[in-house]
Design a protein around this ligand. Structure first.
Ligand SMILES: Nc1ncnc2c1ncn2[C@@H]1O[C@H](COP(=O)(O)OP(=O)(O)OP(=O)(O)O)[C@@H](O)[C@H]1O
Ligand SMILES: [Mg+2]
Length: 1120
């Protein structure tokens, strides 16, 4: 198969399986696509298939991409949201035929090919065209992307339908909701597929329905909706009663309208055998063409040709049975009350202003009131108005003075020479003028309504849009009496058939020929001949009609008919009573002409053709309308309207031009078709009338279309376009093909593996036979597109990221530069500042010794601060620390001294405050020591740091005996000493003990000497660093021992204690050189003191005790 990716292959297989699956299903419920029908040339086979499927409620069948739909006349439950989801984004042939499949395909083709499309929905009245168009619209409403804004457009698009239907649809004999105007609606999509706007074109509204309807038919829905559903207040305001019967425009009284057309009343039994398609061989069953069949008591029996002989049983077509006179037709399938609510709501959502809505209903009510206006002839036979209530309401609702209306309805303005005169109407003329006015008001209001809807749907954004057009136009119509309206409607259908032929049969076959594709021509009936018959310039029926309308003199419908006979005589599609052969003549009245339409024969009754074509509204009545205070009426009758002296275009010509316009619109778009058919004339579910359907199959051209489809190619594209779209599928053609497009396509399809019978190469186009081939290619493209998209995405992302990166880098560099610049500037400023500061510093330094001036103030302040800061951190820790004090700068000398003093004091105070009582006492003793020895004895400083103790000898170390001996005196202090003999100076260890009254020298248990303090003359010590003390004792007695020469390690302590105990403070002498002492009274000894290298104590040659002591180091050194 093709060189598609695996997943695609699987998908293709699935599609094939599905198709095969549906083939199995085909046995049961026919064939989904007529193209697959074996007997594709047989009408019966086609019919069989349709019937089979219809009986299984399968109302849709394809012919290629054309959808055939048969009206089921019942709800099938196939239009649910779930169904919509199923059909969204799925290829045409993957699922059973459905209107959604077509809608989805059109939508997706539009998106991928970005071109415009239209869906032509055709079929006769009641076949389901409007329903189909609504289903399509609903599908788009659900399937298209949704945003708040888009939803708004969507709602308006959807709601425009009920409004238009209320004003433009009516119950006819064929259809309870028959569109009485043609509608072409464009839905505009943006490039994302969102429905962003819409536009409606309306075609020829059947205005005559406002004033008259056939029996069993109704006027436009809105009248009944207003009367039945309108709120009490509203009706009161409009002067209406809740009773349709009250309004003569809604009530068709048997004898009223047609009696005038006396030539329509025929006597005798007429059979409509010339409706040949209705007449079947043998016992044909077209009795269900009920509208042709009337039951006994019907009032319009004078339409004798409608009365059939025999037992007719179609009484259940109730609308055919008119009870009595002046009845309003009832429609069971229409609920006017609820429809009123829908319309009322829709008008608000579409944003009609409340005042416009009021004006609109005022117009509808005015038309009803106008219908009830009656005239009576006065003595001269002129029409006068006798019933004022209607005129009163008209005046109120239209905002025109009653008198003005009254005159307007009963007179016409004529010009006599240079004067304008009012000429009174006869009653008939007045009725005619009244009806004309009612039609004009309604018709123009309808046009206004469409314009308002367009205003509301308009997309103001000017970006490019693609559109899908929906054409739902009145279907081919054959009534018992066919008038001007049917003529126009059927002409329109002829034109659309022409277009269909143009776009499918003719152009298709011509294309094959042009492209040089082998082709066996398919014969088809080209209805151009009928179109020409109707519309040809100077020769066509419309031309003749216009001519007759415009010609001076007594032109009547009958003269028009005569003209037709004159001009058309011999035309194969035109026949009249006069022109017909004997047999046909029986079926024609004198006032009839018959056209052999492509869809069958229709006999038109010429009555009213001229009037309706002229659509005349008297000038003065227009002027009356212009005075209206009703905004819509005012808008509809503008003062700028051309004067009626100049004839406006006739209705038929206007319609003809609008159809030309429509054809142009359609020709510029890609066509899609929905062919609607009705299965029976009785709106019956489940009833499949072979004759009726066969007839439709024929005239809808389905057989020809099928044959062309079958023989032809489902798809064709110019080589350039095909190549452009699918070139990514082949490495040789991607990204660019160098040769011609045709060669490129050849290369591409070879690569894809197309089989020879699947395609044909034309002169400029490739033709692909089966849709599946194209779908497979399209699927491959879909896959490939993603790969390409990924690559493009990757490249683009890379490009974006690189761009981002470059931008970031640039930004970073910029920031860096700025930052660096800023830093450099800061640095520069800092340096400049530093230079200034240093300069000031140096200058300050240089002038530091000068009196304070500008130059040095700052420096000096700095010096001060700096010194103080440093000083704070380097203060001495103790009072004794005399060295730690920062050397002050010169300017701080004085301050420093003061600070030092202050600080010392502070430390002292702190020290003093911290001293305990005991220690204080000790220090006081030390103070005493200091006062005695400071500066006199060399080793005194050495002793300062050594604290004094209470005693140096423990109690237990004093001999018990000694202790006992001196106990009474209380021992105050004791210290070990070395005593030097007074004679030989031999050293002896002794204890020196103080009591309260004496000092004792003790050796073991012996008291060697007792010196009473009273007898103590003094104590001598040297200035040097020895520890000698000499106690001078009062010696009166020779036996008494003399002075004591002692050496004590705790010299200062012992002496200070002595002072304290003996309470003698200044009896210590610090002696330089030698000390004389008494060995015995009268006998002296000497102790010499000197400094030496080392400490030595010896008896000198001179008999003195020599105490040599080393020189003590300075005090500072001791402290260190
Ligand atoms: N698909 C459908 N499913 C169910 N009922 C349908 C369907 N299509 C049509 N009908 C029924 O047939 C009626 C007539 O259909 P519709 O109004 O669409 O006809 P039409 O072709 O527009 O006729 P006209 O030319 O008179 O406007 C609808 O009111 C509805 O009851
Ligand atoms: Mg319709």
């Amino acid at each position: 198969m093709y060189m598609f990716s695996k997943s695609l292959e699987e998908r293709c297989n699935r599609i094939l399986r599905d198709m095969e699956g549906s083939l199995t299903a085909r046995d049961r419920v026919g064939i989904q696509d007529f193209v697959l029908l074996d007997a594709y040339t047989s009408e019966s086979a086609v019919l069989d298939n349709l019937r089979k499927r219809f009986n299984e409620n399968l109302i849709y069948t394809y012919i290629g991409t054309l959808l055939v739909s048969v009206n089921p006349y019942k709800e099938l439950g196939i239009y649910t949201k779930k169904q919509m989801d199923i059909y969204m984004g799925v290829n045409f042939f993957e699922l059973p035929p459905h209107i959604y499949a077509l809608a989805d395909n059109v939508y997706r083709t539009m998106l991928t090919e970005t071109n415009n499309h239209f869906i032509l929905i055709s079929g006769e009245s009641g076949a389901g065209k409007t329903e189909a168009s609504k289903k399509i619209l609903q599908f788009y409403a659900v399937s298209c992307p949704s945003t708040k804004l888009l939803d708004n457009v969507r709602d308006r698009l959807l709601l425009s339908n009920p409004v238009l239907e209320a004003f433009g649809n009516a119950k006819t004999l064929k259809n309870d909701n028959s569109s009485r105007f043609g509608k072409y609606m464009d839905i505009q999509f943006d490039h994302m597929g969102g429905a962003v706007g819409g536009h409606i074109l309306s075609y020829l509204l059947e205005k005559s329905r406002v004033v008259h309807q056939n029996h069993g038919e109704r006027s436009f829905h809105i009248f009944y909706q207003l009367v039945e559903g309108g709120e009490e207040d509203l009706l009161r305001w409009l002067g209406l009663e809740r009773n349709c019967q009250r309004y003569s425009y809604l009530v068709q009284v048997g004898e009223v309208t047609y009696q005038r057309y006396s030539y329509l009343v025929q006597v005798g039994e007429v059979t409509y055998q010339h409706y040949s398609y209705l007449v079947q061989v043998g016992e044909v069953t077209y009795q269900h063409y009920s509208y042709l069949v009337q039951v006994g008591e019907v009032t319009y029996q004078h339409y004798s040709y409608l009365v059939q002989v025999g037992e007719v049983t179609y009484q259940h077509y109730s609308y055919l049975v008119q009870v009595g006179e002046g009845e309003c037709a009832k429609v069971s399938s229409v609920n006017d009350k609820s429809d009123w609510k829908t319309v009322r709501k829709a008008l608000s959502i579409i944003e009609f202003s409340e005042s416009n809505i009021e004006s609109l209903f005022a117009i509808i009510a005015s038309v009803l009131h106008l219908g009830n206006v009656t005239f009576v002839a006065d003595s001269q036979g002129y029409a006068t108005l006798n019933n004022s209530p209607e005129i009163h309401w008209l005046s109120k609702l239209l905002g025109i003075p009653a008198q003005v209306i009254q005159v307007g309805l009963t007179h016409r303005k004529i010009e006599a020479r240079s004067e304008e005169l009012l000429s009174p109407f006869t009653v008939d003329q007045a009725v005619y003028a009244k009806d004309a006015l009612a039609k004009a008001i309604y018709g123009r209001t309808f046009t206004w309504l469409v314009n308002e809807l367009n205003e509301s749907l308009a997309n103001k954004d000017s970006s490019r849009k693609t559109v899908i057009g929906l054409l739902d136009i009145y279907g081919f119509e054959v009534f018992s009496v066919n008038s001007f309206e049917q003529f126009c409607i059927n002409y329109c259908n002829e034109k659309l058939q022409q277009l269909f032929i143009q776009l499918t049969l003719k152009s298709e076959q011509e294309e094959y020929e042009m492209e040089g594709i082998e082709w066996e021509s398919v014969p088809y009936f080209n209805n151009k001949i009928i179109c020409d018959l109707v519309e040809e310039k100077f020769k066509g029926i419309i031309s003749v009609l216009d001519e007759e309308c415009l010609r001076p003199g007594e032109a009547t419908d009958m003269t028009f008919l005569e003209k037709l006979e004159e001009k058309m005589g011999g035309h194969p599609h035109f026949v009249t009573h006069k022109l017909a052969d004997q047999k046909t003549r029986k079926t024609l009245e004198r006032g009839d002409f018959r056209l052999l339409h492509y869809a069958g024969e229709v006999t038109y009754c010429v009555v009213g053709f001229l009037d309706k074509n002229n659509d005349l509204l008297y000038r003065n009545i227009k002027e009356v309308m212009r005075q209206s205070k009703n905004a819509i009426v005012k808008h509809c009758f503008p003062s700028t309207e051309p004067d009626s002296k100049k004839r406006p275009e006739t209705v038929a010509t206007q319609f003809k031009s609008s159809l030309v316009g429509l054809t142009e619109i359609l020709m510029s778009k890609e066509p899609w078709y929905v062919r609607c058919m009705k299965p029976n004339e009785g709106k019956q579910p489940g009833l499949f009338d072979d004759v009726l359907v066969r007839h439709q199959v024929k005239y809808l051209g389905l057989m020809e279309h099928l044959r062309v489809r079958r023989a032809g190619f489902a798809y064709r594209r110019r080589y350039e376009i095909f190549l452009q779209r699918y070139k990514p599928l082949c490495p040789d053609t991607w990204p660019n093909w160098k040769g011609t497009a045709a060669e490129g396509v050849q290369c591409l399809i070879k690569h894809l593996g197309y089989k020879p019978d699947e395609y044909k190469m034309g002169r400029t186009k490739i033709f692909i036979r089966h849709p599946r081939t194209l779908f497979a290619t399209e699927d491959a493209f879909e896959v490939c597109k993603h790969e390409l998209a990924t690559r493009i995405q990757a490249k683009y992302k890379g490009y974006r990221v690189k761009g981002d990166y470059m931008r970031q880098r640039q930004a970073a560099t910029k920031i860096e530069t700025c930052w660096r610049g800023m830093k450099a500037r800061r640095e520069r400023d800092k340096r400049a500042w530093a230079v200034k500061v240093i300069k000031r510093f140096i200058k300050g330094f240089m002038t530091r010794n000068q009196p304070a001036c500008v130059d040095n103030t700052e420096y000096l302040a700095f010096v001060r601060q700096n010194y103080l800061t440093r000083l704070k951190e380097n203060l001495p820790k103790t009072v004794l620390d005399k060295n730690t004090w920062l050397t002050p700068p010169p300017i701080m000398q004085e301050a420093s001294q003061m600070l030092r003093k202050l600080y010392t004091r502070h430390m002292v105070r702190r020290y003093v405050q911290g001293i305990m009582t005991e220690r204080k006492a000790q220090l006081q003793i030390k103070g005493l020591t200091s006062s005695i020895f400071k500066g006199t004895k060399e080793n005194y400083p050495h002793s300062v740091g050594i604290p004094f103790v209470d005693t140096r000898i423990r109690e237990e170390d004093i001999h018990i005996k000694v202790y006992q001996m001196i106990r009474q005196e209380r021992i105050k202090y004791s210290v070990p000493v070395v005593k030097y003999d007074r004679n030989g100076f031999r050293p002896r260890f002794r204890q020196l003990i103080y009591t309260g009254s004496a000092a004792y020298l003790v050796e073991e248990a012996k008291i060697k000497q007792r010196v009473e303090f009273n007898n103590l003359k003094g104590v001598s010590v040297s200035t040097l660093s020895d520890n000698f003390l000499i106690l001078h004792v009062q010696c009166e007695d020779i036996k008494q021992k003399g002075d004591l020469v002692l050496q004590c390690d705790y010299l200062f302590e012992a002496l200070t204690k002595l002072c304290l105990v003996a309470n003698k403070h200044n009896f210590i002498k610090v002696v330089q050189g030698s000390v004389k002492f008494d060995i015995q009274p009268g006998r002296e000894g000497f102790v010499d003191f000197k400094s030496g290298q080392e400490t030595m104590i010896y008896r000198a040659k001179n008999g003195h005790l020599m105490v040599e002591s080393t020189r003590t180091k300075s005090r500072a050194m001791i402290q260190n």
